[in-house]
Design a binder for this molecule. Structure first.
Ligand code: AMP
Ligand code: ZN
Length: 497
């Protein structure tokens, strides 16, 4: 792997300093990257997908630069209470009750959905995907240390972080720009309603009431971890007490990430993360897409066209392209016109890239330094805090050159043609993670062909024996493979649905 990072100067917008900074990893050539994963109590909507796609593109570029990246993205499968608060029901336990299944069945169902959905958008899997329930012991150990250091207190089986005490020596609120004094001034609480010393304090461990099903033994009695402690436990376990990049959606800055900083600083005395990166929200009708307000759309509804918002389906590659046309720190609104424009752009780029193989170089032409400058401009775009819209604009400059070559209005040297092709391909497929849907569909169909033909034969046999229950069963199995059947008088044909 080439160490391209030695030639490129990457700058990232650090939410902590509110400035663009030159990126310098703790250990040269290596990067520790942590991204908060989903709470697996429902299907992921397109807004969630945008955040994970933003970090996938960042991960891809870091890999492309030749860094060895350890990418940790967790699964929140316990401890996330309703309204992100310290009171209320666990989101997963609530869903389990509603669906009358085990909480771990809820977790399994939506973790599988999460993986399938991200795969459709061509996201790379992280290096480690730890779960909160798999790290209860680590969370308890950190809570014990925080108590020992005086930054947390125990009340009737629960443990709370003492924000005001922490703030005497440290700065609680430095990430979100809030001050504890303002928080105190703005909170009104009726005396005696909470067991916390102060309303700003947050739970590290909560006592499980008798009806709470998700519970673990601890030094403070049966209970469950607070939402924020899991990310401190899992990030520092796999990436060390100080690591390079922590990411997540903008809405996690406060309280989640602020609390993560406080917990880690209370435990080890050092700031855990060098660069905090926050991805901005996908909106629908100008409002944040969200599970709780029902202002959302699920990827499959968009791919199938079965929804009330759009007049026709849009594919996963087009949606990925649409997302990348905005910078990850900008708000992006989903609309039919924007998706249509993205579709046109995606098709234009892909057609140009596909035609590269038909272009011929001219031996008598010398190299053009302009092409090298263009390639560097592609890098400059990504070096400038992963500016994908500028990169895409540069790729369209490449399309212009390809079209001139196609129309024989320009000639190119062999090495420049190689540079043009490799730059277009590398940025389109490897860095932006875009893909040729047509080609992947053909490949998928090829892989399934033998199996589907066998199933069709079995179905025909069942039909001939008038065993319609069996033939329907086989048809359903074929449909579940994503295949649609067409019965004609000449036999049965099939295609991807
Ligand atoms: P959750 O499962 O609710 O914890 O959310 C998973 C991730 O999706 C978090 O990083 C959120 O910040 C992110 N997220 C939630 N809603 C949106 C949205 N409308 N646009 C972009 N990211 C979002
Ligand atoms: Zn987190």
């Amino acid at each position: 792997m080439q160490q391209l990072y030695k030639q490129q100067s990457l700058k990232v917008f650090n939410s902590l300093s509110r400035a663009k900074e030159t990126f310098i990893p703790i250990k040269e050539g290596y990067i520790g990257l942590y991204v908060c994963g989903p709470t697996v109590y429902s299907n992921v909507h397109l807004g969630n997908c945008r955040t994970f796609m933003s970090f996938d593109t960042i991960y891809r570029y870091l890999l492309h630069l030749g860094y060895k990246v350890r990418y940790v993205r967790n699964i929140t499968d316990a401890g996330h209470l309703e309204n992100d608060a310290d009171e209320g029901e666990d989101k997963i336990a609530k869903k389990a009750k509603l669906e009358q299944i085990e909480p771990m069945e809820v977790v399994q169902k939506y973790t599988v959905d999460f993986h399938r959905t991200l795969e459709q958008f061509n996201l790379l899997p992280p290096s480690i995907e730890p779960t909160a329930t798999g790290h209860i012991i680590e969370q308890i150990e950190i809570i014990k240390e925080i108590i020992e250091k005086g930054f947390a207190y125990v009340v009737d089986g629960s443990v709370y972080f003492d924000v005001q005490y922490f703030n005497i020596q440290n700065n609680y609120g430095k990430l979100s720009g809030r001050s504890v004094e303002d928080m105190i001034a703005n909170t009104r609480e009726l005396q005696g309603q909470s067991e916390k010393k102060n309303p700003q304090d947050f739970a590290l461990w909560k006592k499980a009431e008798a009806k709470h099903i998700m519970r673990w033994p601890s030094p403070w009695g049966d209970g469950f971890p607070g939402w924020h402690i899991e990310c401190t436990a899992m990030s520092t376990k796999y990436l060390g007490e100080q690591f390079d990049i922590h990411g997540g959606g903008m809405d996690l800055k406060f309280p989640h990430h602020e609390c993560e900083i406080a917990q880690a600083e209370a435990k080890s005395g050092v700031s855990p993360v060098n660069y905090w990166l926050h991805a901005n929200m996908l909106t629908l009708n100008g409002k944040k897409m969200s599970k709780s307000t029902d202002n959302n759309i699920y990827p499959n509804e968009l791919f199938s066209g079965q929804n009330k918002l759009f007049s026709r389906p849009f594919s996963a590659a087009v949606v990925r392209f649409f997302m990348l046309q905005a910078h990850y720190t900008s708000v992006l609104d989903l609309s039919e016109e924007a998706l249509e424009a993205a579709e046109k752009g995606y098709v234009r780029l892909l057609e140009a890239i596909s035609s590269l193989a038909t272009l011929e170089a001219n031996d008598s032409i010398s190299d053009d330094s302009e092409l090298h400058q263009w390639k560097q401009r592609c890098y400059d775009a990504m070096n400038d805090d992963f500016n994908t819209p500028i990169l895409i604009a540069q790729l369209f400059e490449g399309v212009k050159i390809i079209n001139l070559l196609k129309d024989q209005k320009r000639a190119i040297s062999p090495s420049d043609l190689e540079l043009l092709g490799s730059t277009m391909n590398t940025f389109f497929f490897d860095v932006l993670g875009l893909f040729d849907e047509q080609q992947s569909n053909t490949k998928q169909l090829d892989q399934l062909k033998g199996l589907v033909e066998l199933l069709i034969k079995e179905r025909n046999k069942a039909r001939a024996q008038r065993d319609f229950a069996r033939s329907d069963e086989i048809r359903d199995a074929i449909i579940a493979l994503g295949i649609q059947l067409k019965d004609t008088k000449d036999g049965t044909t099939f295609s991807l649905s």
